[in-house]
Design a binder for this molecule. Structure first.
Ligand code: ADP
Length: 725
C-alpha cells in the first residue's frame, strides 16, 4: 500500500472518529447539565412542600408559645431522608424551636429575610413565613442535603463514559471499513493522475478491485482516459499528416519559385536581347535615313520644277517623322536596357528653354497658338545637369501640347521648390488649352505604347513612346512626372528634377544705368507680360505695362530724369500704323525702342528699332537693353536690325579651300558627306577605315581637318585618332 493511500486512510479515519467523539461529548455534556438541573429542582420542590406544611401547622404553636409542639412538627419533617434539620423562628427572629438529625453538624442560621431557597454544593435551605389572619408570627427554615443528587450525577457520568467508549469503538470499525472502500481508490486515482501528468501517457489505467467502493468513479475515470488516449492518437496522426503536408507544399512552392526565377531570368534576358536588338536596329535604320534626309536636302537645293519639289518635300517630311520615331525607339530601348546615363554639365536654363520653345515656335505660329514661358525670378540662371535630356523632355511635352491644342496657348512655367547647399530642385509645368485627357487615362499614358484614346490618336498620330521616355528621363533626374487635365479645358504636365549648383549663378553683370531705367511695355499677352515682369524683376527693373497706344505716346512725351526704353510686341493686335506712331514718338523723344516678334515677321514698323525674337530670350533682351542705354539713337533704320533674320542660309559657307579627310566606312554616309562638303566648297578625300587614314598621313599627305567615324572595320575611329596624334 502506498504512502499516499496510507495518508488518505488515516485522514479519513481520524475524521470519522473525531467527528463521532465531538458529537458524543456534546450529547453527554447536554445530558449531564439537564440531569443535574432536574435533580436539583426536584429536591427543591420536595423540601418546599415539606416547609409549607410545617409553616401551616407551626402557627398555633407560636400563638400558644408551645415550643415542644413546634419541636414535634420539626421532628416529623426531619424524619424524611433528605431533611437534615429544621428551625422555627419567632416573629422577633429568635429561635423558637430547632431539631437536627443525629450526626449532622451544628446548623444555626439567622432568621430568614426572604423565602428564596439558598443552594450550596452540599445543602439546600428552603424557608417560609408563618402568617395567621394576616399577622406575621415568625418563619421556618428546613435544610436538606444534596448527597443523593451527587450520587445520581456520578452515575450519569460513568454511564456517559461507557456509552462513549462503546460508540467510539463502533465508529472506529466503521471508519476503517469506509476508508478502505474510499481512500484506496481515491489514492490510486490521484497517483495515476500524477503519473499521467508527468509522463503524458494516456494508456495508463486505474486498477479496480471488486471489494472497493467508488467502482463507478474508477470506471468513469478510465473511460475518460480511453477517450483522451484516442484523441491524443488522433492529434499525433494529424500532426504527422500536417508535417508531411507542409513538407509537400514547401517543396511545391520551392519548385514554383525556381520556375519563377527561371522565367524571370528568361524574361529579363529576352527584354535585354529585345532592347539590344532594337538599339542596334535603330542605329542601323538611322544611317540610311540620314542618307535619305541629307540627299533630299541636297536635291531640294538644285533646280527643280514644282512637282519634283513637292515630291521631295514630302520625302523629307516623311523621313523627318520616321527619324523622330526611330529616335524615340532608340532612346526607349537604351533606357530599358539600362544604358542611358545622364551627363552633368553647366547650362543656362533660361536660354536653353527659350531655344527649345523657339524650335517649335513655327508649329505654334502655324496653328495661331501663343507659346510662352515664365520662369520665376528665384530660379537660378545656371545649373548643373543634363541639358540635352531636359530639352528632350520639354520638346516631347511641347510637341504633345501643340499637337493636342487647336486654340489658346501653350505655356511652360518653372519654379524653384528646394534650394539646398548641393542640389536645387525645380518644378516644371507644361500647360495647354487643348482637348484634355480623360481622368482614367492620366496614369496609363506614361506607359509605353499607350495613348489616351484610339480615335484621337488616329487624328493626331504618334507612337505612344514619348511620355514613357519622359517619365524615365525625369526619374533619372531624381523626379516624377504627372498629368492633370480636364476634357475640353486643357492639360498640365508637371515634373520635378534635381540639379547640381553651378559655380556661377548668373551670366549677367547688371550695369547701374540699367537698374535706373524705366521700361515701358506694350502689346504683350498676359502670360508674356508675366514672363517679362519676372525677367526684368531679376535685374531689379519694374516695367510699366501700357495697353493703349495713345497712353504709350503720352507717356513718351513726359520728360523725366530716368532713361526710358520702349518694348513693343509686334505680334500684338496693334496695327502697323499704331506701332509706327509709337516708334516715331519714341524717336522724337530720343528714346530707344525694342521690338519683339516671332521669326520671319518683318514689318514696316521695324525700321529704326532694335529687334529681338519671340519668345523673348533673356540674354537677347539684356543685350538689347544695355545697347539702348549706351546708344539709344544709333539705330537709323538701315543695318542688320532692320529686319528679322529668316532661315539661316544653307550653302556656300566654307569655300575657303580647306582640305578635309573623311574617314567613314558606310557608303551612304560617304556619299552624303562628300556631296555636302563638296557643295560647301571644301576639298574632300575619303578613307574607308582608320587604318587607311593613318596610312595616308604616313605617306606624307596633309589635311586641314579630319572627320572621323567611330565604329569602322580594321581600325576604329578612337584607335586611328590616337595613332594620328
Ligand atoms: P504620342 O504622342 O506619340 O502618341 P506620348 O507618349 O507622347 O505618345 O503620349 C501618349 C498619349 O497621351 C497621346 O497619344 C495622347 O493621347 C495623350 N497626351 C499626351 N499629351 C497630351 C496633351 N497635352 N493633351 C492631350 N492628350 C495628350
Amino acid at each position: 500500500m502506498s504512502r499516499r493511500s496510507l495518508n488518505v486512510r488515516t485522514q479519513l479515519r481520524l475524521f470519522i472518529i473525531g467527528t463521532s467523539a465531538l458529537v458524543l461529548a456534546i450529547a453527554c455534556s447536554t445530558l449531564y447539565i439537564i440531569g443535574s438541573d432536574v435533580l436539583r429542582e426536584n429536591k427543591i420542590d420536595q423540601l418546599t412542600s415539606t416547609v409549607n406544611i410545617v409553616a401551616a401547622n407551626a402557627a398555633s404553636t407560636l400563638m400558644f408559645e408551645d415550643a415542644d409542639a413546634a419541636g414535634d412538627l420539626l421532628r416529623t419533617a426531619v424524619a424524611e431522608d433528605q431533611v437534615l434539620g429544621g428551625i422555627v423562628f419567632a416573629a422577633s427572629g429568635e429561635v423558637f424551636a430547632a431539631v437536627r438529625k443525629d450526626g449532622s453538624d451544628d446548623w444555626t442560621p439567622a432568621a430568614p429575610e426572604s423565602v428564596e431557597p439558598e443552594i450550596t454544593d452540599e445543602f439546600i435551605v428552603v424557608k417560609q413565613k408563618i402568617v395567621k389572619g394576616g399577622v406575621f408570627l415568625g418563619s421556618v427554615a428546613l435544610r436538606g442535603n444534596r448527597h443523593n443528587e451527587h450520587l445520581v450525577r456520578r452515575g450519569l457520568v460513568w454511564t456517559s463514559i461507557l456509552l462513549a467508549i462503546g460508540l467510539l469503538a463502533v465508529a472506529f470499525v466503521f471508519a476503517t471499513q469506509l476508508s478502505k472502500g474510499i481512500a484506496l481508490p481515491i489514492a490510486r486515482l490521484a497517483s495515476t493522475m500524477g503519473l499521467i501528468a508527468r509522463e503524458r501517457d494516456f494508456s495508463l489505467r486505474v486498477e479496480k478491485t471488486e471489494s472497493e467502493g467508488l467502482g463507478d468513479l474508477v470506471d468513469l475515470f478510465n473511460d475518460m482516459l480511453t477517450r483522451l488516449e484516442a484523441r491524443d492518437a488522433e492529434l499525433a496522426s494529424h500532426r504527422l499528416n500536417l508535417e508531411s503536408e507542409v513538407d509537400r507544399r514547401t517543396q511545391q512552392l520551392r519548385e514554383a519559385n525556381d520556375d519563377l526565377v527561371e522565367a524571370k531570368e528568361r524574361a529579363e534576358a529576352a527584354t535585354r536581347a529585345k532592347s539590344e536588338f532594337l538599339a542596334n536596329m535603330s542605329h542601323e535604320i538611322r544611317t540610311p535615313l540620314n542618307g535619305i534626309i541629307g540627299m533630299t536636302e541636297v536635291a531640294l537645293d538644285t533646280n527643280l520644277d514644282g512637282e519634283q519639289r513637292d515630291c521631295l518635300e514630302t520625302v523629307r517630311e516623311s523621313a523627318d517623322s520616321l527619324l523622330v520615331i526611330i529616335n524615340d525607339i532608340l532612346d526607349f530601348s537604351k533606357i530599358e536596357a539600362g544604358r542611358l546615363v545622364l551627363d552633368e554639365q553647366e547650362f543656362n536654363l533660361r536660354d536653353d528653354l527659350c531655344d527649345a520653345l523657339r524650335s517649335v515656335e513655327a508649329v505654334a505660329r502655324r496653328k495661331g497658338l501663343d507659346l510662352e514661358y515664365v520662369i520665376d525670378r528665384e530660379v537660378p540662371e545656371r545649373l548643373l545637369g543634363d541639358a540635352t535630356r531636359l530639352r528632350q523632355v520639354f520638346l516631347n511635352l511641347l510637341g504633345n501640347a501643340l499637337k493636342f491644342t487647336e486654340h489658346g496657348e501653350v505655356v511652360v512655367e518653372v519654379q524653384l521648390v528646394a534650394d539646398g547647399t548641393d542640389r536645387q530642385v525645380l518644378e516644371f509645368a507644361v500647360k495647354d488649352t487643348g482637348v484634355g485627357i480623360e481622368a482614367s487615362k492620366l496614369d496609363t499614358i506614361f506607359s509605353p505604347f499607350m495613348q489616351a484614346d484610339g480615335s484621337t490618336t488616329r487624328r493626331f498620330g504618334g507612337t505612344g513612346l514619348g511620355l514613357a521616355i519622359c517619365r524615365q528621363l525625369v526619374s533619372l533626374m531624381g523626379g516624377e512626372i504627372r498629368a492633370e487635365s480636364e476634357i475640353g479645358v486643357g492639360s498640365t504636365f508637371r515634373f520635378r528634377a534635381s540639379f547640381g549648383r553651378a559655380g556661377n549663378d548668373s551670366d549677367h553683370v547688371i550695369p547701374a544705368a540699367l537698374q535706373d531705367a524705366e521700361v515701358i511695355v506694350h502689346g504683350f499677352s498676359r502670360t508674356a507680360s508675366r514672363a517679362i515682369r519676372e525677367l526684368l524683376g531679376r535685374w531689379t527693373l519694374a516695367p510699366r505695362f501700357c495697353e493703349e497706344p495713345d497712353e504709350v505716346v503720352t507717356m513718351l512725351a513726359e520728360a523725366g530724369p530716368r532713361p526710358r526704353i520702349v518694348l513693343i510686341d509686334l505680334d500684338s493686335r496693334a496695327s502697323a500704323e499704331e506701332v509706327t506712331r509709337i516708334r516715331d514718338a519714341a524717336r522724337g523723344a530720343g528714346l530707344a525702342v525694342i521690338t519683339a516678334a516671332t521669326r520671319g515677321r518683318a514689318t514696316e514698323s521695324l525700321r529704326g528699332t532694335r529687334h529681338i525674337g519671340k519668345p523673348i530670350k533673356e540674354s537677347e533682351l539684356f543685350d538689347a537693353l544695355v545697347e539702348c542705354l549706351h546708344a539709344p539713337d544709333t539705330v537709323t533704320g538701315e543695318g542688320p536690325s532692320d529686319s528679322i533674320p529668316d532661315e539661316a542660309p544653307g550653302v556656300a559657307r566654307g569655300a575657303s579651300g580647306l582640305k578635309i579627310l573623311l574617314v567613314e566606312d558606310n557608303r551612304i554616309n560617304q556619299k552624303l558627306a562628300m556631296t555636302l562638303l563638296d557643295r560647301w566648297g571644301y576639298r574632300v578625300d575619303l578613307a574607308a577605315n582608320g587604318k587607311l587614314a593613318v596610312d595616308r598621313f604616313e605617306h606624307g599627305e596633309h589635311f586641314d581637318l579630319v572627320l572621323m567615324d567611330l565604329q569602322m572595320p580594321v581600325m576604329g575611329g578612337i584607335e586611328a585618332t590616337q595613332a594620328l596624334r
